[in-house]
Design a protein. Structure first.
Length: 401
């Protein structure tokens, strides 16, 4: 999967969501002003009805009336009219002469409405209504739709993010699997080709008649067959971990003895490259319940990595120390090291560092993944400390069970 479809999908999705946001904003603004306009028309209608009711009630009064009575009567009529219209904004009102100036109020706080009182006794007066300019009041009728549409947009953004994350992971997985298949093909082709050539040579009479040559070609076939077996077993071990059928058989094991045995097995390769493999086994307690086979495998894997990524003569130190309620096993080398940006990923399945000499090293990207899974199955942890050009240190922490 190439990069450009994901980038194109991301760009189109972002533009679409920006468009939706803008449309929603325009819709909210338009609805707000439409609601405000409708509200103004409705208030004028209420004021017209209220002044008419006021004139009717005033006409029924024979005795002289004072301003207090006018205020109380208008307050009662307005309250009733607002109640009938299902509108109950926060408001103030005044009955004043037409010639009187409008009250000096904060225009940003109040909306000002007025209506002339048309009855004969009050033809020179008007009703002024001041409604608190509460924006949430005008948005109340559309707030439900705003919340609902915003929720759907939010869900859409989350869905887009998850889909893009899935596409990136799928792309990464596809690339990793392709690299794995390429690496595995390369790793398997070499011993198969060697076995094929050696077998072909053994079928020749002149080779069969030469005991030395026959033994040498037979040894090549034997060694390459062991190499094939080791490669297949490593892939099968990972498959067993993945499907949960790998069983850890805990037995009492002296870790120092197991480490010495693994070092002895690997020392021939170190000596061949004129390197040094030192053991500094300082832990006072080395008897632990572990799976002896898997424990030996992880020590061997880490030692092989130290050798593989040491361009010159390997300089390796394996050390044990008492640590809290367990043991700390560290394997240190002076190899090419690992960049910090890769240190959190080297224990991932199929991951292989793509920089410099590391990329040129053979492997499936399964060795450190297997190491991590085995250690975790024992309830332990593994960490790496490394710096490019200054080697690496792998630290294994195991608890006393």
């Amino acid at each position: 999967m190439k990069n450009y479809p994901i980038k194109r999908i991301s760009l189109i999705s972002i533009i679409s969501f920006v468009g939706i946001f803008l449309m929603q904003a325009f819709w909210i603004i338009d609805s707000y002003y439409e609601r405000k306009s409708h509200f103004a028309e409705h208030i004028h209608y209420i004021l017209t009805q209220a002044t008419d009711d006021f004139c009717i009630e005033i006409s029924k009064q024979k005795a002289p009336i004072d301003s207090d009575f006018e205020q109380q009567l208008m307050a009662s009529i307005l309250k009733e009219r607002f109640a009938q219209s299902d509108e109950m904004p926060s408001y103030r009102f005044q009955i004043q002469n037409n010639a009187d100036p409008a009250p000096q109020l904060n225009n940003s706080k109040y909306i000002n409405f007025s209506e002339n009182i048309k009855c004969s006794r009050f033809h020179k007066k008007k009703l002024r209504l001041f409604i608190v300019n509460d924006k949430t009041y005008f948005l109340s009728s559309i707030i439900g739709w705003v919340i609902l549409s915003s929720l759907f947009v939010f869900i859409g953004i989350i869905a887009l993010f998850l889909n893009l994350s899935f596409l990136r992971k799928q792309k990464k997985t596809s690339r990793i699997q392709s690299d794995f298949i390429g690496n595995m093909t390369h790793e398997l082709k070499t011993p198969i080709a060697t076995i094929s050539v050696a077998s072909e040579m053994l079928m020749k009479d002149r080779v069969l008649d030469d005991r030395g040559k026959s033994k040498r070609y037979s040894k090549i076939i034997f060694e390459e067959n062991l190499r094939l077996k080791k490669l297949v077993e490593r892939v099968m071990q990972i498959a067993l971990f993945e499907n949960g059928t790998m069983k850890i058989k805990l037995t009492d094991v002296n870790l120092h003895d197991a480490i010495i045995q693994s070092c002895n097995a690997i020392s021939m390769i170190v000596n061949k490259r004129e390197g040094v493999l030192d053991m500094d086994l300082q832990a006072t307690e080395s008897n632990y319940k572990v799976d002896s086979t898997h424990f030996s495998n992880i020590i061997t894997n880490l030692l092989e990595n130290a050798i593989k990524y040491s361009p010159d003569s390997p300089q390796i130190v394996i050390k044990t120390t008492d640590y809290s309620d367990g043991i700390l096993i560290s394997i240190n080398d002076k190899g090419i090291g690992i960049s910090k940006k890769y240190q959190d990923r080297i224990f991932d399945r199929f991951f292989r560092v793509q920089d410099g000499d590391i990329h040129n090293s053979k492997g499936f990207g399964l060795g450190l993944y297997y190491v991590r899974r085995v250690i975790e199955a024992h309830g332990g942890t593994i960490k790496v400390r490394s710096e490019l050009g200054n080697g690496s240190s792998f630290e294994i922490y195991l608890l006393k069970l």
